[in-house]
Design a protein around this ligand. Structure first.
Ligand code: A2P
Length: 355
């Protein structure tokens, strides 16, 4: 039998799960077997992995027996139901949902920023929200080079962040609109909302539910996940963060307009560019003379986080504006999850392979 790890993908048929499998196919992780798990609706479906045909199974607690690593993206409720059972059976789980992100003992990890947090894991590791991940990859090198005191971010988030069904609804709306037919909205701005609005040819300033404090839950995630990743605690105050999250009619890759105060009145654009050019996971695309700047169409299908339009705030020394784009399904989800799994294996944090 081939030596390696047995890896389960929970939510294997979804927008993120299918990409987790594709990322895993390119991974350096030694793999003995891959188990594909989804809802009973998908049981029996066949998928090819490295030339082998795999069959999707319905998710049960017993499906996690003898599994070393679980990569999960089947929604929070499914993660809450099954991941503790998988951990109890000895698996290490990397969860792409928000189910455990704010549990203090669960590391929330962007490998370029806080890989060392993995050493504290107790079987569960959380993958941050897609829009938080790309912001962390772009801002951590700036924080290290010149400092970071405040962040004001506005997001331009792609339809695929709402999963395959959201993407399908967006495409159907676009077809209907162009055929001069009425658009039918059942998913956006968020499943379970009282009102639904079309996304095609529109902008929706609501992602996830609107909370009593007037922020959307997506905005809440960006604020508190940033603090947990950069400062170690969800309510830490050394960096101030505020966010406005907007769903835009783009299928893949999120854009973010970010204003930062570095706290260093002498900081320069060239310092920021230098730090970003050398940073892991970042591609600097900042040549105004050539009209070179990050765009969703170019980022889609790649693992990198693209940064451009870096410019000083003309009235606030030490403050800057920048524009950041990344594939929300890859760096924002599937790749970050597989990258965490690669770190766990490389750092000996899964368990030793059996002889
Ligand atoms: P299925 O395709 O069988 O519904 P997306 O984020 O694109 O909407 O994908 C969600 C993923 O989560 C899919 O793989 C989906 O499987 C899976 N899923 C949904 N509900 C469950 C469930 N109750 N148990 C296991 N997997 C689920």
């Amino acid at each position: 039998m081939q030596e390696g790890f047995t890896i389960a993908i929970l939510g294997a048929t979804g927008a993120v799960g299918t990409r987790m499998l594709a990322q895993l196919a390119q991974s350096t992780i030694p793999i003995k077997a891959v188990k594909l798990l989804a809802s009973p609706r998908s049981a029996g479906k066949q998928v090819t992995f490295r030339g082998h045909v795999l069959t999707v199974a319905a998710t049960t607690a017993d499906a996690f027996t003898d599994v070393d690593l679980v990569l999960a993206s089947a929604g929070s409720a499914v993660s809450k139901q099954f991941l503790p059972l998988a951990v109890a059976r000895g698996a290490v789980c990397v969860d792409n949902t928000s189910a455990f992100r704010m549990v203090p003992t669960v590391p929330l990890v962007v490998p370029e920023v806080n890989e060392e947090a993995l050493r504290q894991h107790h079987g569960l590791i959380a993958n941050p929200n897609c829009s938080t991940i790309q912001m962390m990859v772009a801002l951590n090198p700036i924080r290290q080079a010149v400092g970071l005191k405040q962040i004001i971010v506005s997001t331009y988030q792609a339809a695929s962040g709402a999963g395959q069904s959201g993407l399908n609804e967006f495409y159907q709306e676009a077809k209907d609109y162009l055929a001069e037919q009425p658009m039918t909205a059942t998913i956006f701005p968020t499943k379970g909302a009282q009102q639904h609005y079309p996304l095609a040819f529109n902008l929706l300033p609501q992602i996830d539910v609107l909370e009593d404090d007037l922020y959307s839950h997506e905005e809440w995630k960006m604020i508190h996940e940033t603090k947990k990743i950069m400062l170690g605690a969800m309510n830490a105050s050394e960096i101030k963060v505020t966010a406005t999250c907007v769903r835009v009619p783009v299928p893949f890759s999120h854009g973010e307009s970010i204003w930062i105060d570095t706290g260093d009145p002498n900081a320069t654009v060239s310092q920021l560019r230098q730090a970003l050019a050398a940073a892991p996971g970042v591609v600097l695309q900042d040549e105004p003379q050539q009209q070179l700047y990050p765009q969703p169409l170019n980022a889609t299908g790649t693992r990198a986080t693209y940064v451009g339009r870096i410019r000083p705030d003309l009235e606030n020394p030490g403050a800057f504006n920048l524009w950041v784009v990344a594939d929300n399904l890859l760096k924002g989800a599937a790749w970050n999850t597989v990258q965490i799994a690669e770190c766990l294996v490389a750092d000996g944090l899964v368990h030793a392979l059996a002889e």
